[in-house]
Design a protein around this ligand. Structure first.
Ligand SMILES: Cc1cc2nc3c(=O)[nH]c(=O)nc-3n(C[C@H](O)[C@H](O)[C@H](O)COP(=O)(O)OP(=O)(O)OC[C@H]3O[C@@H](n4cnc5c(N)ncnc54)[C@H](O)[C@@H]3O)c2cc1C
Length: 434
């Protein structure tokens, strides 16, 4: 299985390239093996190292650590995700369980950045759920009602206010929630790599090819060697299914994004000098779009079943053209040629939007499937799966496990057919919002 990405991600290009890269070259063994070094795997390894300072922990990644989806996302650390209103108390209770997890996720990332003095462009400016369709006001009013019942501060805004705040008159209605945070995802995950404790060995460009369990040992095969371990945590998110982990409960989705160069003073003035902001769509397949701290515009408006994982340049170029159109539609005053980078990334979804947090066999654990909200939840699940795997408990684990488990998915080819049909339907419904 190929786990490589394009090397065109704008967030990664902001960072100084790392030099201390180690690859597995011969057989090794350890007490703990963590597969996948994104937010989840890095947080699991960091926590294991704290809990077991005298044990040997190996963390492997098929590519460079942190350079999967964890660097490639839109940088929204979410407090809420849109749910268009609840009619029953049971549904409200279920939504609360979801936001309880987001809340823990925000707190854990906050704690991490405070403890390690991380500069990741952290901005507690909240976020907007916005639409150009006046009719979507009804959805937002219902959602506002739900949020108010749960104590989330939120405010509805209309066209003239929005054009001042966002610098575009594209949107007619939006609901602002105060608790969301915008950040630089690449800087955050780089900090997690930089602070890995000494008892964690990181092997990069080291792809797990196969694994098996033999009595109390787990043996993992890589291109240049084998690692034998007592306990293993799978943190490969979008690649869980291809490793055969919880294969009937999750499926990968490919997202693509584009980012402009920083707007110059003149361009910035043309759009009214808005402060940093982030918009999420009201209709699921609409565009996520944000203005960064350094005046770049980021857009993400695709979600697809895409095989193979690696997106070739010509395919990426097609999506990039659509993203340029999405930016132009919102900012007709800006020049055409300002997109500087486009990239793809793999995430994982479940049928009912629940996450995976599980012991799948003795000494074998897995955490993942954040349905597009993995910055906080991935960091939280990484730390907590390490605690669970160490046979300890926590209030956070209770909150995580209070949510219903992912539901079963049909086998191929029915799964892909179903997902593609749903995505197509959502895309048509969101046509104007792309
Ligand atoms: C375009 C885009 C926009 C997004 N926007 C947001 C957002 O705004 N907010 C938000 O919260 N989330 C967002 N997400 C989702 C978020 O990025 C993910 O949920 C999060 O990165 C998951 O972290 P992770 O560590 O579990 O997985 P990943 O970051 O995917 O890490 C998994 C790692 O496993 C490695 N791996 C896979 N297979 C193997 C193998 N066989 N052997 C060894 N290593 C392997 C991969 O190389 C990868 O580095 C977005 C994602 C994308 C792509």
């Amino acid at each position: 299985m190929e786990v490589t990405n394009d090397n065109t991600c704008g967030w990664i290009k902001d960072l100084i390239p790392r030099t201390n890269i180690e690859t597995l070259k011969s057989n090794d063994d350890c007490d703990w093996l963590v597969i996948g070094a994104g937010y989840t795997g890095l947080s699991a390894a960091r926590k294991l190292a704290q809990l077991h300072p005298n044990q040997k922990i190996i963390l492997v990644d098929a590519q460079l650590a942190g350079e999967g989806a964890s660097s490639r996302n839109s940088g929204y650390l979410v407090d809420t995700t849109l749910n268009d209103g609840f009619t029953s108390n049971k549904e409200l209770e279920s939504y609360k369980k979801k936001t309880d997890i987001y809340d823990l996720g925000i707190n854990i990332v906050k704690k991490f950045i405070n403890e390690h003095q991380v500069d990741c462009d952290w901005n507690e400016c909240g976020k907007y759920f916005a639409s150009s369709k006046v009719i979507d006001q009804e959805v937002l009013a219902n959602f506002s009602n739900t949020l108010s019942k749960l104590g989330f501060e939120n405010n509805l805004f209309f066209k003239s206010d929005l054009s001042k705040k966002l610098g575009t008159s594209f949107y007619n209605v939006a609901l602002h929630t105060k608790g969301g945070i915008l950040l630089h995802p690449g800087k955050l995950v780089r900090a997690m790599i930089d602070v890995l404790p000494n008892n964690v060995i990181l092997y990069e460009n080291t792809s797990l090819l196969s694994w098996n369990k033999n009595k109390d040992n787990i043996s993992c095969k890589f291109k240049n060697g084998k690692i034998t371990t007592n306990k293993i945590i799978f943190a490969t998110n979008g690649f869980l299914k291809s490793l055969g982990i919880k294969r009937n409960y999750n499926f990968p989705i490919t997202l693509t994004a584009s980012m402009t160069r920083p707007l110059n003073d003149n361009e910035y003035e043309l759009i009214g000098k808005p402060k940093e902001w982030g918009v999420l769509p009201v209709r699921p397949m609409g565009a996520t779009i944000r203005m960064t701290k350094d005046r770049r515009i980021l857009i993400r408006n695709t979600a697809e079943v895409h095989n193979p994982f690696k997106m070739i340049k010509s395919e990426l170029d097609k999506r990039s053209i659509n993203q340029k159109i999405g930016i132009k539609k919102r900012f007709p005053q800006l020049p055409d040629n300002i997109v500087q980078s486009s990239w793809s990334g793999i995430v994982s979804r479940t049928r009912n939007s629940s996450q995976i947090f599980d012991k799948i066999d003795k000494n074998i654990f897995v955490a993942g499937c954040y349905n597009g909200s993995g910055i906080g939840v991935g960091t939280l699940f990484g730390e907590q799966i390490a605690i669970k795997a160490s046979n300890e408990n926590s209030d956070e684990i209770k909150t995580i496990e209070a949510r219903s488990k992912p539901t079963w998915l049909p086998p191929q080819p029915f799964l892909n057919l179903g997902v593609k049909t749903r995505l197509l339907y959502e895309r048509l419904r969101a046509k104007t919002e792309i």
